[in-house]
Design a protein around this ligand. Structure first.
Ligand SMILES: Cc1cc2nc3c(=O)[nH]c(=O)nc-3n(C[C@H](O)[C@H](O)[C@H](O)COP(=O)(O)OP(=O)(O)OC[C@H]3O[C@@H](n4cnc5c(N)ncnc54)[C@H](O)[C@@H]3O)c2cc1C
Length: 556
């Protein structure tokens, strides 16, 4: 029987939380309803009973927010080899080449399958329209509804899943922790809106909880992107990797909104320029692809220019492009900007970098298997190795489709092994609670302080001094909190603190600049750091870091 909360050094966040416990049993439990989770849930439901748990609505996923599209080698002038080359180049030496090969080779078939499922990609004369985006050497981005790809894809997946009527949906259930038994993941413990806990037991658990952009003050990510899956996998003892790598998107609309409106990279693909506040294009001469250089290159240059001019934004210029095309191809951005008082056709758009995609994740093999028996991961929470130190634009929806499907094949294989995966007995007890908890105001203030600290000290540019200050502040924030009550905001804050600590410690260890990780005190890329940093929680609660050689797995 899982032993939730029996001692203070226990890994569970649910430590000390108590309510009457409901229990359910499935063959497969999937946590997360974005592209990764929906792909895995639908695939698994063809053969087994599946429960899908999400903490928010389907329209609050990063998948739903996606604008630009899905990268895949579909054109006659393109090939998986070319897509592989571009992905490896953007990843700054840290991609796992085998994983990227899987992505680019299986990608085209997954896109066609998505189309057969009902996704209406944009076409001209019956042919897919392929857009350009940063660091792609040829146009290869399929899109839908102009710049509304994510909502169209999410909508098609949800519709197909609901029509199949085989997945038991549990929306608004906040998964607090993975349930462990003898070193194996056997389920997920969730908190319902009524404050009750449910234990969902399963022979296989798939983590598909998305990213963690909310760790920073300025983000394009939905409110749900608080890194819960990363944190719960860490608590359970899984190996995580690349926690220092947070990608900032160059062009979020400059404002204090959370999340900030993304101004899609495809606009630069269509010819929009970046200008400084004096009106000068500042990417010319910096990179052969100018505004379409890899994101890390654009963001670094933006930061230099903003620091030079002592401002915190630059300008995106689409005024020279045909207005009718802009409205037609970028309805989400055009309307979003109009609602904020900016006319994309005639005005310069103030933009600034915002946290966008977290490369750090739970280490998986090529089949989505994590280091913990019983646990698979796909989508942004997973570290499959395809993104290296800098994700290539529009490769993440593809990753969710490809690896979400692979997870299902691997679960199928593991279910064939007799005797190994008996469903656990649905018994679980939680100790009585007396957790004092924290007031709403305290939680909000701590969350704001954390985000501002991470943006200022562990954001686009880092240094040892800044990271040490961040470490001290995060410790202070954690130290001031009382053990959390069973409230989502409090539990999310604890997860964000865990991620902040892992990011800061990993960033301190990487003494070089590579991909999205820029150290002012180590400004050069250093071949000695052609390595990954992995971390897991040891039994006594200590963090254990390992520096991995290329291709090495932490358990090797
Ligand atoms: C504005 C924006 C634009 C983007 N544009 C593109 C693009 O054009 N192309 C591209 O390839 N990528 C794009 N990306 C990135 C891409 O959208 C994401 O990486 C991808 O959708 C992640 O999918 P996912 O399934 O891993 O997670 P998500 O789609 O984020 O879904 C996460 C799910 O996990 C659930 N969840 C999280 N924590 C818990 C918990 N504790 N308990 C229960 N459920 C939980 C959430 O409710 C949600 O259902 C964009 C991202 C953003 C933010």
């Amino acid at each position: 029987m899982p032993d939730l909360g029996s001692s203070s050094s226990h890994p569970y966040l649910a430590n000390g939380l108590s309510r009457d416990l409901r229990c359910r049993s499935y063959d497969v439990v999937v946590v997360g309803g974005g592209v990764g989770g929906l792909t895995a849930a639908m695939g698994a439901a063809a053969s087994w009973s599946v429960g899908l748990l999400t903490k928010a609505g389907f329209d609050e996923t990063a998948t739903f927010f996606a604008q630009g599209g899905i990268a895949a080698a579909l054109a006659p002038y393109d090939s998986p080899e070319l897509h592989l080359r571009d992905t490896l180049a953007a990843g700054a030496g840290l991609c796992d080449e085998e994983a990227v090969k899987v992505l680019v080779q299986e990608g085209p078939d997954r896109v066609y399958r998505l189309e057969r499922l009902g996704t209406k990609f944009d076409k001209l004369d019956g042919q897919l329209i392929l857009a350009s985006e940063g660091a792609h050497s040829v146009p290869r981005i399929v899109h839908a509804g102009g710049d509304a790809t994510g909502s169209v894809v999410e909508g098609a997946l949800v519709e197909a899943m609901v029509a199949g009527r085989r997945v038991a949906l549990h929306e608004d259930e906040f998964v607090v922790d993975l349930i462990m038994r003898e070193g194996r993941v056997v389920g997920a413990l969730s908190l319902s809106p009524d404050g009750g806990f449910t234990a969902s037991f399963a022979r296989a658990v798939v983590l598909a909880t998305g990213g963690a952009g909310q760790l920073f003050a300025n983000t394009t990510n939905p409110p749900a992107a608080t890194g819960d899956g990363h944190a719960m996998a860490f608590r359970a003892g899984a190996w995580l990797r690349d926690m220092e790598f947070m990608q900032f998107h160059p062009t979020a609309f400059y404002c204090s909104e959370n999340p900030a409106l993304l101004v899609t990279e495809a606009l630069r693909g269509a010819g929009a320029y970046l200008r400084d506040i004096h009106g000068e294009r500042f990417m010319l001469g910096i990179h052969p692809q100018a505004e379409l250089a890899p994101r890390d290159v654009v963001v670094r240059r933006m930061k230099e220019v903003m620091d030079r001019d002592q401002v915190d934004h630059v300008l995106l210029d689409a005024r020279h492009l045909a207005c009718v095309d802009l409205r037609d191809k970028f309805p989400t951005v055009t309307q979003g900007l109009r609602a904020r008082g900016v006319d994309l056709c005639t005005q310069l758009v103030p933009v600034s970098p915002a946290s966008h995609y977290f490369m750090g994740g739970v280490i998986t093999d090529l089949w989505g298997r994590t280091s913990l028996p019983g646990l698979w991961a796909c989508g942004e929470v997973a570290s499959t190795g395809v993104h290296g130190a800098n994700r290539l634009a529009s490769n993440s929806l593809l990753e969710g489709l490809v690896f979400g499907e692979r997870v299902v094949h691997d679960i199928e294989r593991s279910f064939r092994v007799p005797g190994l995966l008996e469903p656990p007995e649905p018994i679980l007890s939680l100790p009585a609670t007396n957790a004092p908890g924290n007031s709403e105001g305290d939680v909000a203030a701590a969350r704001e302080r954390l985000a501002l600290t991470m943006s200022r000290l562990c954001g686009i540019v880092r240094s040892e001094a800044a990271l040490c200050e961040a470490r001290r502040t995060v410790k202070e924030i954690r130290g001031a909190l009382r053990p959390p009550r069973a409230r989502v905001a409090e539990l999310e804050l604890v997860n964000l603190l865990t991620l902040a600590e892992l990011m800061i410690e990993s960033a301190l260890r990487r003494q070089e600049s590579r991909g999205v990780h820029l150290r002012s005190d180590y400004p050069e890329r250093d071949g000695r750091w052609l390595k990954n940093i992995a971390v897991r929680r040891e039994n006594a609660g200590k963090r254990s870091f390992r520096v991995l050689e290329r291709g090495e797995r932490p358990d090797d």
